[in-house]
Design a protein around this ligand. Sequence first.
Ligand code: C2E
Ligand code: MG
Ligand code: MG
Ligand code: MG
Length: 282
Amino acid sequence: SAKKLGGAQFQFYAQDMNLRTLDRLKLEAALRHAVERDEFELHYQPQLDMASGVIDGVEALVRWRRPGHGLVPPAEFIPVAEETGLIIPLGDWVLRAACAQQAAWRDAGLGDLRMAVNLSARQFKQQDLAQSVVQALHDTGCAAGRLELEITESVLMEHPDAATLVMEQLSDMGVKLSIDDFGSGYSSLAYLKRFPIHSLKIDRSFVHDISCDEDDAAIASAIIALAHSMKLNVIAEGVETGQQLAFLRREGCDHVQGYYFSRPLPAAELALLLARPPGQLP
Ligand code: C2E
Ligand code: MG
Ligand code: MG
Ligand code: MG
């Protein structure tokens, strides 16, 4: 009967829900121990200076080497870490590991690179964020001026006044700030002017269709012009083709990052790239 059928469907649905809830609980529990068990690692993706073709910075991107699951990408655990608050210890680990790596490459003569680190909303709202950053820089020997913190528009615009305060503390220390995924969210240009930011990062979605979609090309050009009129550095992420690179060069984009040059790499592999004689951009 229809009633029976409905019951069966409900049962399937409930089982499915239980499975998902169970997976989620397992994920949370595993994540809770992952920091203590040292299961995270950073991969680094080069950022190239358009004028010289030299790698002058890297973005640190976290991965989780979860036992039995292989290498887990951040999209699968950062949101959960954010919801549970685990992002605080995890974010602190990322910050310290990235700063330590910056200093290690510098000391090895591989370059005094700019180290970009992503900050989540929850980390950014921490009262003592500036203090954690001071501590990480002090403990690792990374210079404040070499650290760049990436924050998304939505995080900034949610509490613009609190954000201004934290950013001023960081900026006064010499730490650079950049707006990640710029153009994908909502930004008030008035606030943009007020924040002590150093660079805008053009969202990958605009870069993707830059050479075939007129609107995306126009948006990318506008972001570059906007950044320059505000004396900000501008970097394009997600550069995958020579055409995209050519477009960005024509428009005067300052930095580029993307699979066209390199995927994010473990530190040892990135060191090999850094040790190569500086090549010209393709
Ligand atoms: P994001 O900060 O916008 O980082 C750029 C993402 O684009 C990275 O993905 C990178 O691997 C990917 N990407 C770079 N070049 C290309 C390209 O040419 N084509 C394509 N299709 N993708 C490219 P990933 O590593 O999976 O990280 C995803 C997001 O996870 C990051 O986006 C960031 O929001 C977050 N995330 C990563 N590491 C951390 C972290 O340590 N802390 C926090 N809070 N978030 C992080
Ligand atoms: Mg980023
Ligand atoms: Mg981004
Ligand atoms: Mg992104």
